[in-house]
Write a protein that binds this ligand. Structure first.
Ligand code: ADP
Ligand code: MG
Length: 212
C-alpha cells in the first residue's frame, strides 16, 4: 500500500461523489434526529475540496492534511466541521516528512483522528455519533495488521466494519449531538454522521484497494 497526495485526493473526489449521490437519504436522517443540515454542511466542504483538488495534489502529505482540515473547519460548519477539521489537523502532524502512507501509517492516521474526535467532542463509542463508524474501522484495521492479512482483504474488512458500525447506531440512544434533544433519543434512526463517516471510509478503502 502506497498512498501519496495524488491518491488521497482521488479518494476525496470519490467521497464527494458518494456524498452527492445521497442527498435525500442523509438529509432525512438528520431531519429525524437533528436539524437537517448535515448533508448540506458536509457536501459544501467536499465541494470546496473538489474545487481545490489540483492544488491539493501538489502538497506534501502533512500540508495536504492541514489544508483539508482548515478547509473543512471553514466550510462545513456545525459540529462535524469542527470535529473533522480538528481530526485532519491532528493527523497531519503525524505525517511530517512522509511522501506516502503505508498501511500502518493509514491506521495510525485513522487512530489519531479517532482520538482527536473523542477528546474534542467528549464522546465515546456507543454515544450514537460518527465515532460509532470510525472506531470499529480502526479496530478492524489493527486486527488485520496484526493478523498480517492480505491488504485488499484488510481494506474490505475495514470498510465492512465502518458500515456495520453505522448500522448499529439505529438502536442506540444518543448521548451527544442534537439527537439527545429528541424524546426518543434518536432510537430507530441511523445517526447521519455515522453514515457519512462510513461513506468516507468506504470510498477510501475502495480507492486504495484499486491500486493493489
Ligand atoms: P450539528 O449537530 O451541529 O447540526 P452536523 O449536522 O453537521 O452538526 O453533524 C451532526 C453529526 O455530528 C451527528 O450525526 C454526529 O454523528 C456528529 N456529532 C455531533 N456531536 C458529536 C460529538 N460530540 N462527538 C462526535 N460526533 C458528534
Ligand atoms: Mg445538523
Amino acid at each position: 500500500m502506497r498512498i501519496d497526495s495524488q491518491l488521497y485526493v482521488a479518494y476525496l473526489l470519490r467521497a464527494y461523489e458518494l456524498i452527492r449521490a445521497n442527498e435525500t437519504y442523509v438529509t432525512d436522517l438528520d431531519l429525524a434526529t437533528g436539524d437537517g443540515d448535515h448533508w448540506a454542511n458536509l457536501n459544501k466542504g467536499f465541494a470546496k475540496l473538489n474545487d481545490l483538488s489540483e492544488e491539493l495534489k501538489t502538497l506534501p502529505l502533512n500540508a495536504l492534511f492541514q489544508k483539508i482540515g482548515m478547509t473543512m473547519m471553514a466550510t462545513i460548519g456545525g459540529s462535524s466541521g469542527v470535529l473533522y477539521g480538528g481530526a485532519y489537523i491532528a493527523a497531519g502532524k503525524k505525517l511530517a516528512g512522509k511522501e506516502f502512507m503505508t498501511a500502518e501509517d493509514l491506521r495510525d492516521v485513522l487512530q489519531e483522528m479517532l482520538n482527536d474526535i473523542q477528546t474534542r467532542g467528549k464522546a465515546q463509542r456507543g454515544f450514537k455519533t460518527m465515532i460509532d463508524a470510525l472506531a470499529p474501522a480502526v479496530d478492524a484495521f489493527t486486527a488485520g495488521l496484526e493478523a498480517n492479512s492480505d491488504e485488499k482483504e484488510l481494506l474490505g474488512s475495514v470498510k465492512r466494519a465502518a458500515e456495520a458500525g453505522a448500522e448499529a447506531t439505529k438502536k442506540m440512544e444518543a448521548v451527544r449531538g442534537r439527537a439527545t434533544y429528541q424524546a426518543d433519543k434518536g432510537v430507530g434512526h441511523l445517526d447521519p454522521g455515522a453514515v457519512t463517516m462510513a461513506y468516507q471510509i468506504s470510498a477510501l478503502c475502495d480507492t486504495v484497494a484499486e491500486t493493489l
